[in-house]
Design a protein around this ligand. Structure first.
Ligand code: DGJ
Length: 745
């Protein structure tokens, strides 16, 4: 039983394996947070439940620790809920109304405004084995008039009193996502957010707080991750009374919406956790949670080949067949055709939106390629970007009113494209329709779902009239011989959005909601198809989309050295089980850096392995070397994808400066029988030094067979490996090792 209510003290306790989370109802009837951290005796915390008043300027200081509060009265901290009632009152006072405990792990805390029939259910679900709590709210309007919701956070987390508060998060940009950042909080707010319509590469909805002393394996860390793929916001606020609270949810910026009488709004889930095991402990908790509770399946990632970097838009049936034959020689399991197979898509200037197979590129249709791929023992996958449209496309000429635009503005084009307003039922229907046609016409087992631009001009006023007046672009129809995939079938209604008007700020909500609904429906209709979330690299990865996606494309930067930093930052919050990494060309086009094949493979073997190079040009000896790596990867794959990750020697401390020339990561398999470590030396300076690298997660009593770069095995005791370590004799620049460990009986 994880949830306990101590009637005598009006205290709630949520227990996980190694944490206590406590709040109680104070004498004013507000719910006050009391404690979150290593286990404590709940009744001992009863004394913390008291009103605090500093002066008439700082009345109700205890509101700073409110478990979930509205903006109203003396509550000046970032609110959970801000609303305006139909009579113009803009003050929300949420009082405790009761609770319900569901099963062993779920608690609903019922709050109600002191005057209006506006209720907030604050929901908690303990995930005891991972020391996590999932939180979200449900806001219900029982008034006879609509209520305007101006801000609704999924959760507010309070962190223990600490001597200092350090916040860890990631920042980035296209091709430089997931760069770790650390900053100390002073009084005020530090906000990370997206206003770009998707999760974004600039920030990601995950953060961690410690007192500045936590390391990879030691120290207390509080952390949280929000599952939302639209506009989001997380505010870390330190008040002048020294309290730190983390509010997170859908971004209120331009996001106000009207909640109809009788309707309710359900927020996304904001999961929070505590560990005494440092940042490594945090990541392992999140990784296990993602694998066991978030991801739609537990399948291991297939080794894939993707043609994008080899051909870009110059896709042809013959070219793809030649690549497929090479890919099969490498041991690839899934062959994926990227952008360029459809419509008049010869560059990024045209064709997006026209989801029919290009008849010039595939004169005998797509089936011929699929048959070839299958006959080579691989499955077939395809790239799509359903939310986007080029103005130079049949779709846009037919339906200009489907795009996000304001009538008096020229829509901003990014990568020569506009975005479809997925919130419109007809657009949702179109996307679901062509995807259904595509997946039922062909034996496609994998979809890479891309989105290559941010949202701008998020107008929702249907633009039909506007285009009727100002003249519609010509629609030419499909070129002769084209296979139509555009037969949309009726798909209306969105479960999550009933009672929320389709205008203004709700446009941001609707896009993400409809995206989730489309993915859920496609998964239900095509259970054998796996999906990858991609948005111009890693711009749409969060715990929301990961409920529907099997894997994630984390960056368009495939330079294996840069990738180490991106992958490392990603791994703080997200599991290697979803992290797709490709081996590409050397010298690499992005940085012009040359890296040996071994380094490129080792870097890419730390997640889901893919090959993205122009393998048609690879000589036989390189193909043979690569095939050996693929074979080795298949052997270690369960350890990497299902195991525990230890960042033994991370690249960066998060301040943009590199700490070490070494980067070392160890994965211990789920049953503890096998482990694998990847060691990277960037450059050697001042001569060589034989290092010993202590490992983690091994059995000190056991003996292990240790094999470095598939050389002769040696036997070492677990205790020696844990305390003295493995000898690392790397010399030179861009050198790497793969060390395999196997417990001996
Ligand atoms: C951006 C993706 O991240 C790339 O991998 C590739 O699919 C291109 N889009 C295609 O346009």
């Amino acid at each position: 039983m994880s949830i306990v209510y101590l009637e005598k003290h009006r205290l709630f306790e949520i227990r996980t394996a190694r944490t206590s989370y406590l709040f109680g109802v104070n004498e004013k009837g507000t719910v006050q947070h009391l404690y979150w951290g290593a286990p404590v005796e709940a009744a001992d915390c009863a004394g913390l439940l008291r009103g605090r008043h500093h002066s008439s300027f700082d009345a109700d200081v205890d509101r700073e620790t409110e478990e979930y509060g509205g903006w109203g009265g003396c509550g000046y901290a970032e609110p959970g809920l801000k609303a305006t009632f139909a009579d113009g009152v803009r003050d929300v006072r949420l009082n405790y109304e009761g609770y319900e405990i569901w099963g062993d792990n779920e608690l609903v805390l019922r709050l109600k405004d002191e005057h209006y029939e506006l209720r907030v259910d604050v929901r908690y679900k303990a995930v005891p084995e991972h020391d996590l709590i999932e939180r979200y709210v449900q806001v219900s309007n029982g008034e006879a008039q609509p209520v305007r919701i101006e801000q609704v956070m999924a959760a507010i987390w309070s962190v223990q009193r600490l001597p200092a508060y350090r916040m860890t998060h990631v920042a980035g940009r296209w091709a430089g996502e997931y760069q770790l950042r650390r900053t100390f909080l002073s009084e005020g707010k530090k906000t990370i957010e997206s206003r770009r319509g998707f999760t974004g590469p600039h920030a990601n909805p995950w953060l961690a707080i410690d007192d500045g002393s936590a390391g990879e394996e030691t120290g207390s860390v509080w952390f949280g991750a929000l599952g939302w793929s639209g506009n989001w916001k997380i505010v870390a606020e330190k008040t002048t009374f020294g309290h730190v609270r983390i509010a997170g949810g859908v971004n209120d910026f331009d996001g106000a919406f009207s909640l109809a009488p009788g309707a309710s709004y359900t927020s996304p889930v904001f999961v929070g956790g505590f560990t005494a095991g440092g940042f490594g402990g945090m990541s392992r908790s999140l990784h296990r949670y993602e694998r066991e509770c978030v991801l739609p399946t537990r399948k291991l990632r297939k080794v894939l080949y993707n043609s994008w970097e080899a051909t870009e838009f110059a896709v042809t049936a013959e070219g793809q067949k030649a690549l497929a034959r090479q890919a099969a020689r490498l041991g690839v399991e899934r062959f994926v055709v990227d952008d360029g197979w459809f419509g008049q898509r010869h560059s990024d200037r045209a064709g997006l939106g026209d989801w029919y197979v290009n008849p010039e590129k595939f004169p005998n249709g797509l089936q011929e390629l699929i048959d070839e791929v299958k006959s080579l023992g691989m499955e077939f996958g395809l790239w799509v970007e359903p939310e986007s449209v080029n103005p130079d496309s049949e779709l846009y000429r037919k339906h200009p009113e489907w795009t996000y635009q304001f009538p008096t503005r020229t829509g901003t084009q990014l990568r020569n494209q506009l975005l479809l307003n997925l919130g419109l039922p007809e657009v949702k229907s179109f996307v679901l329709g062509f995807m259904t046609d595509l997946l039922s016409t062909y034996d496609i087992r994998f979809i890479k779902w891309d989105m290559n631009r941010t949202v701008t001009e998020p107008g929702v006023v249907p633009l039909r009239e506007h285009f009727e007046e100002s003249g519609r672009p010509e629609y030419d129809g499909h070129p002769e011989g084209a296979v139509s995939l555009g037969g949309a079938e009726p798909w209306t209604g969105s479960a999550g959005m009933e009672g929320i008007e389709h205008s203004g700020g709700s446009v941001w909500l609707r896009h993400a909601e409809h995206l989730y609904e489309i993915w859920a429906e496609l998964r239900a209709r095509f259970p054998d198809v796996e999906f990858e979330t991609c948005a111009g690299g890693g711009s749409r990865i969060d715990l929301g989309i990961l409920r529907y996606a099997d894997q994630a494309w984390i960056s368009d930067n495939t330079d294996a050295r840069d990738r180490l930093a991106i992958q490392e930052g990603f791994s703080y919050a997200y599991a290697p089980a979803v992290m797709m990494c490709w081996v590409t060309e050397s010298p690499h086009g992005f940085n012009g850096r040359s890296l040996p094949l071994s380094y490129r493979f080792h870097s890419s073997m730390m997640g889901g392995l893919g090959i993205g190079a122009d393998i048609g040009k690879w000589p036989d000896d390189e193909i043979a070397e690569a095939a050996a790596y693929v074979e080795l990867y298949k052997r270690i794959r369960p350890i990497v994808l299902e195991g525990d990750l230890y960042r033994l020697e991370p690249l960066g401390p998060g301040n943009g400066q590199e700490r070490s020339n070494l980067a070392v990561y160890e994965y211990v398999g789920p049953d503890g029988e096998e482990a694998v470590a990847f060691v990277f030396l960037q450059s050697q300076h001042f001569g060589s030094e034989l290092l010993h690298l202590p490992l983690r997660g091994l059995d000190p009593q056991a003996a292990y067979e240790v094999r470095v770069n598939e050389g002769e095995p040696a036997v070492r005791s677990g205790s020696t490996l844990l305390h003295l370590g493995v000898p690392i004799g790397l010399r030179g620049d861009y050198k790497s090792l793969l060390i395999r460990l196997k417990k001996l009986p």
